[in-house]
Write a protein that binds this ligand. Structure first.
Ligand SMILES: NC(=O)c1ccc[n+]([C@@H]2O[C@H](COP(=O)([O-])OP(=O)(O)OC[C@H]3O[C@@H](n4cnc5c(N)ncnc54)[C@H](OP(=O)(O)O)[C@@H]3O)[C@@H](O)[C@H]2O)c1
Length: 237
């Protein structure tokens, strides 16, 4: 499906990859772009409509959906990442709950609220912004990686569930992107607009999955190999 003419709702759209998704949607000719943001005050991007949404709050998600009944492309981008001491650190379970509440259950909440709207508008699409850490982890990002691996699993189930209503579900996996989330990581990073561009191209081609950068493409190819990437990933955090 095409972004041109679509009504797009992006979560976490006030900065980083989400803002890039919102701006590119407008540039590609979307008929309306909703920026789902936690704080509408101070959001000022010409032509983009800010809508309050906190993906950890069911009532907030429901209120946003009620306001945006014409949405036919939902982009689940909102996410958080936290560096931790290790898997066995005392805060691992609490931290995992916190990260999953946003990164995994956030997708479920928006799906519950927006799926009927997408159906009413002809099916449309859901784009879920996932990560290369779907397919590897480190002790220092264990909770984040677990939340993204779980989000991938949820995405795969959602794709099957929404097929009946003709909603296309696209998973977008990407490595390091130059945003606030990766501040302090001294590694090569791609630009946020490259993620949005690759995702929209994938959607337009009918792809089920987009692996944005070469690193992510490589990691996935090693999954069935004896020397799979996840056995010895480099330490970056
Ligand atoms: N940067 C990377 O290298 C990278 C790589 C792979 C995947 N990703 C994924 O890409 C997505 C966007 O990340 P980013 O790099 O653009 O990060 P970012 O610059 O830190 O932006 C995160 C966005 O998510 C929003 N957000 C966080 N919690 C939210 C909640 N409960 N409800 C609604 N919005 C919430 C933030 O809003 P506030 O401004 O209110 O905090 C912000 O707009 C995330 O899902 C992340 O996991 C990023």
């Amino acid at each position: 499906m095409n972004i041109a003419g679509s009504v797009v709702f992006v979560t976490g759209a006030n900065r980083g990859i989400g803002l890039a998704f919102a701006k590119l949607a407008l540039a590609k000719g979307a008929s309306k772009v909703y920026a789902g943001v936690r704080n509408v005050e101070g959001f000022n991007a010409s032509g983009i409509i800010p809508v309050q949404i906190d993906v950890t709050d069911e009532a907030s998600v429901a209120a946003a959906a009620k306001l945006c009944q014409d949405t036919n492309v939902l982009i689940n981008n909102a996410g958080i990442g936290i560096v931790q001491d290790g898997v066995l650190a005392s805060n691992m379970i609490e931290l995992s709950r916190h990260l999953m509440d946003t990164n995994t259950f956030g997708i479920v909440r928006t799906g519950q609220a927006f799926a009927p709207i997408l159906a009413a508008n002809g099916g449309g699409a859901v784009i879920n912004v996932l990560s290369d850490v779907t397919w590897f982890s480190l002790p220092t990002i264990a909770a984040y990686a677990a939340s993204k691996a779980a989000a991938w699993s949820v995405t795969n189930a959602l794709r099957l569930e929404l097929r009946a209503q003709q909603t296309h579900v696209l998973a977008v996996h990407v490595g390091f992107v130059d945003t606030d989330l990766t501040q302090g990581f001294d590694v090569p990073k791609i630009e946020a607009h490259e993620v949005a561009r690759a995702a929209y191209e994938g959607l337009e081609e009918g792809a089920l999955e987009v692996l944005v950068d070469e690193g992510t493409q490589f990691i996935k190819t090693t999954l069935s190999q004896t020397e799979a990437f996840y056995f010895n990933p480099p330490q970056f955090a």
